[in-house]
Design a protein around this ligand. Structure first.
Ligand code: ADP
Ligand code: MG
Length: 607
């Protein structure tokens, strides 16, 4: 048997390669726009018709090609971007395989006009199914204009496989945006069926995001920045309030190339833990810069999955950076009186730095409810209260005055430092605490605030300092179903760290000998039954994140209820504890705890 093996003709090989590189019109858009960026264009125009099925045209003002390159570029493995395999590891451009144009030419009609700056005439090339039908000098502007028409005209199976125009246009938009986000210095125009969709001026990353996503994004974003030996992180993350039900707005770019990385997504979601509801996803636009040698980006031209050498280190750095940025910039939701987009103010307004409060360690926020009920009344502090409200008149006097402020309670002096930070304390409708601090008027949801305080307290107890139980005078017993008792048994190690003293006592029965010293007022049997029930309902969450699930469910169960009257001292303490938290602005279930109004907002409103 001879002559069984044949070399495939070039145009067939190109068609096969095209199947890999070009799956749909959006793939052509990606290749052409990336080529324009690589050519150093400062202006790129994308024109499509019928979702790219009839026409995809990209016009750029980049370097252009001379007449021989203009023809060469359609050959397989024709590339100006690498000349040896080593170059692959030091790539500053998008392309490298020299495969895109050859592939596209095999499955579409091509019309190319290109001119270099110092040539008088450009070149016009027409190709149909890999065959050059025209190659002539022409007059055209410097740069390149390439039209790709009738995509898959000779691959009917592919053409049939394309989705509706709406779906294909969505894919094109996505590819366009992924490139436009990270090339903010380049002007982009996108015209779809003769209608202009985008006209993006050059600017910085923030401006580009806002121009693409909409003006409202300016106030939704907070900057993220970190620089280490292995990675540099920059970009923006969305405030927790604006988390979405869909994952759409999550962008990672590595060395200015869009990538997907589920592992890093996980790091970011983790940093938002407890700040957003469980079924929501944060938005982010994050640029990672790494040494090209540490990342294997070049696996496949259309692949967006990327391998990093230092995966787990990057994971930790990323998570910490997001967390830090949220801590630093996360602000209480404010009314947006300012509809104008201003790009020169990168920091969101209302940036609150946590107050420095020295808290009386002996003062027990949970136990003391009873004392307050007994009527330990809020006494006028020794000092001139009027001064408190004139804080901006003479800050020095005011601070001196503050250091003298004392409260009297049951003959025992409880010093409350910096009390004027929360000078005003008023309970509204039994649900909200109205208070003020520095330049802000704040409304705090009492129940959610208490949930946050308890949550962090319980997490800390599990992580760091095991709490000593306060022994109960009359131990209680709890009887559960067999399943329930397995669950409680499973939770005992964490519960004892929190300060619960629970021991098995006969079949499916436990005795509770002690509770956390700070939580002696809770109905302990009811609370434990609730935890067991929640465990049964959300088994997966409890198994995966036991500490958080436990703390969250306990906090929501035992927090002060809405409608419960609070004394001024209770409010003062709760508010201070809240601002001592890592994440004061959200309840452990991701709901808002604080609504804040800035003085400037009031001035604007009453102007
Ligand atoms: P690659 O981008 O991987 O090199 P392509 O097939 O996309 O492969 O392009 C082949 C070559 O054609 C490029 O290396 C570049 O030299 C040239 N080229 C393609 N598009 C343009 C353009 N818009 N402007 C200038 N040169 C271009
Ligand atoms: Mg290319």
């Amino acid at each position: 048997m001879s002559n069984v093996i044949k070399l495939l003709p070039d145009h067939v090989a190109n068609q096969i390669a095209a199947g890999e590189v070009i799956q749909r019109p959006a793939s052509v858009v990606k290749e052409l726009v990336e080529n324009a960026v690589d050519a150093g264009a400062t202006k790129i125009q994308l024109i499509i018709k019928d979702a790219g099925k009839t026409l995809i045209q990209v016009v750029d003002n980049g370097l252009g090609m001379d007449s021989s390159d203009a023809q060469m570029c359609f050959e397989r493995h024709a590339t100006s971007k690498i000349s040896s395999a080593d170059d692959l590891f030091n790539l500053g451009t998008k392309g490298f395989r020299g495969e895109a144009l050859a592939s596209i030419a095999a499955i579409a009609h091509i019309d190319l006009k290109t001119k270099q700056v110092d040539s008088e005439l450009g070149n016009h090339i027409v190709i149909e199914g890999s065959i050059v039908s025209e190659n002539e000098p022409c007059s055209c502007p410097t740069g390149t204009s390439i039209q790709v028409k009738n995509l898959f005209f000779n691959v009917p199976a592919r053409r049939k496989f394309l989705k509706s125009n709406a779906v294909e246009t969505k894919h094109i938009l996505e590819e366009f945006q992924r490139i436009a986000f990270v090339h903010a210095q380049v002007e982009f125009q996108f015209v779809n069926n003769d209608q202009e969709i985008f006209n993006l001026e050059s600017g910085n990353f923030r401006k580009r995001i806002v121009d693409i996503m909409g003006k409202s994004y300016n106030q939704r974003l907070v900057p993220i920045e970190e620089s280490t030996d292995i990675i540099k992180i920059s970009g923006f993350i969305g405030k927790p309030d604006y988390a979405k039900k869909t994952r759409g707005e999550q962008y990672f770019f590595v060395n200015d190339r869009f990538i997907k990385n589920h592992y890093f997504n996980h790091a970011i979601n983790g940093a938002y833990d407890e700040l957003i509801a469980e079924d929501n996803h944060p938005s982010f636009f994050i640029k990672l810069t790494v040494d090209p040698r540490d990342v294997d980006i070049n696996i496949h031209p259309t692949k967006t999955e990327v391998k990093f050498q230092e995966d787990s280190a990057i994971y930790a750095i990323l998570k910490a950076a997001v967390r830090q940025s949220l801590n630093k910039y996360a602000v209480a939701p404010t009314l947006d009186f300012n509809q104008e987009t201003s790009f020169n103010t990168p920091l969101p307004k209302g940036n609150i730095s946590p107050p420095e409060i020295r808290v009386d360690k002996n003062f027990n926020p949970f136990k003391s409810e009873k004392d307050w009920e007994k009527g330990a009344s809020f006494q006028t502090p020794k000092g001139d209260w009027e001064k408190l409200f004139k804080e901006d008149q003479n800050p020095q006097d005011y601070n001196d005055f503050l250091s003298q402020v004392h409260y009297e309670k049951d003959n025992e002096q409880v010093e409350i430092h910096n009390q004027a930070e929360f000078a005003l304390l008023h309970q509204f409708k039994g649900n909200y605490i109205i208070t003020s601090r520095n330049n802000e008027l704040m409304i705090i949801d009492q129940r959610r605030a208490h949930e946050r305080v308890l949550y962090e307290f319980l997490i800390e107890a599990q992580a760091f300092e095991a709490k000593k139980p306060q022994q109960l005078l009359f131990p209680e017993t709890i009887e559960l179903t067999p399943q329930g008792s397995t669950i409680l048994q499973d939770l005992i190690p964490e519960l004892s760290k929190m300060g619960f003293d629970i021991a098995p006592f006969g079949p499916n029965t436990f005795t509770i000998n002690g509770t956390p010293a700070d939580l002696t007022e809770i109905d302990v049997v009811d609370t434990l039954e609730h935890l067991v029930e929640q465990y049964q309902l959300h088994e997966k969450t409890f198994k995966e994140k036991k500490e958080q699930a436990l703390a969250k469910n306990m906090a929501t169960k035992i927090a002060v209820k809405n409608g419960q009257k609070l004394q001024k001292e209770e409010m003062a303490h709760l508010v201070k504890e809240l601002f001592d938290c890592d994440q004061p602005y959200k309840s452990p279930t991701g709901k808002n705890t604080i609504f804040a109004l800035q003085t400037e907002d009031l001035l604007k409103y009453f102007s």
